[in-house]
Design a protein around this ligand. Structure first.
Ligand SMILES: CC(C)(COP(=O)(O)OP(=O)(O)OC[C@H]1O[C@@H](n2cnc3c(N)ncnc32)[C@H](O)[C@@H]1OP(=O)(O)O)[C@@H](O)C(=O)NCCC(=O)NCCS
Length: 190
């Protein structure tokens, strides 16, 4: 699966794809046609800034998958979406692997992302890549219809060599606890 870095000329297509996925109403944050200029600015910035990047997949020369990465304080924050017609063909897996590779190349110590708790396809994809659940923020995001949605934070530690906090003897147990919890809920990670 070919994954390439987005170029400035791709920004319009990226924002239209994001809008189409947002219109599905259940996977990503809401955006409207009015948000397009701001969205284009956001993706242009990511393409131009050294500590961010946008990676894409294509189908018949049309962009059908996007992953955006912002590196802040050594943590690479991810957001991704694949066109509904292109899902289930490994594009998400390829984009995620390339994004993790980019994060490593930038010496990020960790990759992090937020996902709605009902987004089983995405959570399954992230777990398969080694991400673990680090916490759930309750009633965190307000949707336009007034609902307050929980959000799950998932993380992938890249730096296992640096010492943890010398003040907290249980520092590394975040990962251990998550593994215990997921083992009890039938998680299929090995
Ligand atoms: C999540 C998403 C990016 C995955 O992209 P994709 O191209 O379909 O991913 P892949 O084809 O590489 O599939 C990877 C894994 O996704 C999971 N998956 C896909 N569809 C699934 C489904 N309907 N139910 C459960 N898991 C599913 C599986 O773990 C699959 O692995 P498998 O092939 O071994 O079963 C895509 O579904 C998407 O864009 N969804 C809408 C936007 C979104 O949710 N973005 C993430 C926000 S946090």
């Amino acid at each position: 699966m070919h994954v390439r870095e987005a170029e400035e000329r791709d920004v319009e297509a990226i924002v239209l794809l994001r809008e189409r996925v947002a219109t599905e109403g259940r996977w990503i944050a809401e955006v409207t046609p009015e948000d397009r200029p701001e969205g284009q600015r956001l993706y242009l910035d990511r393409i131009r800034r050294p500590h961010s990047t946008v990676l894409v997949t294509e189908s018949e020369e049309a962009i059908d998958g996007v992953i955006a990465i912002d590196l802040v304080g050594g943590i690479a924050a991810l957001g991704m979406f694949v066109d509904s017609a292109s899902r289930g063909f490994g594009k998400g897996t390829s984009l995620l692997a390339a994004a993790i590779g980019w994060a490593r190349s930038q010496s990020a110590h960790k990759v992090g992302l937020d996902v709605w708790p009902h987004n089983e396809p995405a959570i399954s994809l992230y777990r398969r890549a080694g991400f673990v659940t680090e916490g759930r923020r309750r009633r965190h995001y307000r949707r336009r219809n007034g609902e307050l949605w929980d959000v799950v934070h998932m993380g992938l530690v890249l730096d296992h060599a640096s010492p943890g906090s010398s003040f907290d003897p249980s520092d590394h147990n975040v990962i251990t606890d998550d593994l215990h919890a997921s083992n009890n809920t039938g998680d299929r990670r090995s």
